[in-house]
Design a protein around this ligand. Sequence first.
Ligand SMILES: C[S@@+](CC[C@H](N)C(=O)[O-])C[C@H]1O[C@@H](n2cnc3c(N)ncnc32)[C@H](O)[C@@H]1O
Length: 259
Amino acid sequence: MSARRVHVIGIGAGDPQHLTMQAVAAMQEVDVFLVADKGGAARDLLAAREALCRTHLEEGSYRVVAVVDPERGADAPRRGAAYTRGVEDWHDARARAWREQLATLPEGAVAGFLVWGDPAFYDSTLRVLHHVAQTLPLDLRVTPGITAFQALAAAHGTVLHGIGEPVHVTTGRRLLQEWTPDLGPTVVMLDGHLTCRELVDRAPDLSLHWGACLGLPQQELRAGRLAEVVDEVAAVRAALREQHGWVMDVYALGAGPVD
Ligand SMILES: C[S@@+](CC[C@H](N)C(=O)[O-])C[C@H]1O[C@@H](n2cnc3c(N)ncnc32)[C@H](O)[C@@H]1O
């Protein structure tokens, strides 16, 4: 059996103009886009992907197949190994569903996955496809995309780190256990709780560059000393969620001066 070609295409973090020419070229090779069928925010993100296809691809040249996403247990109460195991189980179930779809594609058909941001950051698509590839030969081609924290830095017109220095990228779940004054600039993704609020007493002067729904019409940006700006950020965040039913945000701590 020859390996099935699968394009994993980073589409950027929200602005349709994030799509690179390389991404458009990869999309044009795809016959069938597989998309996870979920509710909530994912519905709007799915609509954004469909709009990209309509803009850049000829009608009738591709199909979109929704693959029902397996139920994912509640992550919040899980810690450490239990959390990782929960995610791995979910990846296994997803791999089974995707394998089933990929296996039924006609010989020579090219499959595609449109990944929000960049496939290398906090996205399970490649991990799941590596899993599928253990039993179904896949020829994986990855196209990088603009990740949320690049969009954040650009929107604020800032550099994330000092000259030749590192930047730490983490999640809201890990922030409190990882952050120390020596950690340096820290980018936080996947933080449903604006965890940096809990650092106000320890580091009130830390700079915060925050962005929500970057690249989308409802984009909001705030920057300032953590202690001064975090309550406003929390209020803006809550208002976005109220208005749109979901909010995605990303922020950088200690990434250069704020006015
Ligand atoms: C599942 S991760 C996907 C990350 C994606 N692969 C990337 O490279 O940006 C989702 C997280 O990315 C961040 N994110 C993605 N798009 C965003 C946007 N348009 N505005 C703000 N944050 C965004 C948020 O931190 C969100 O919780």
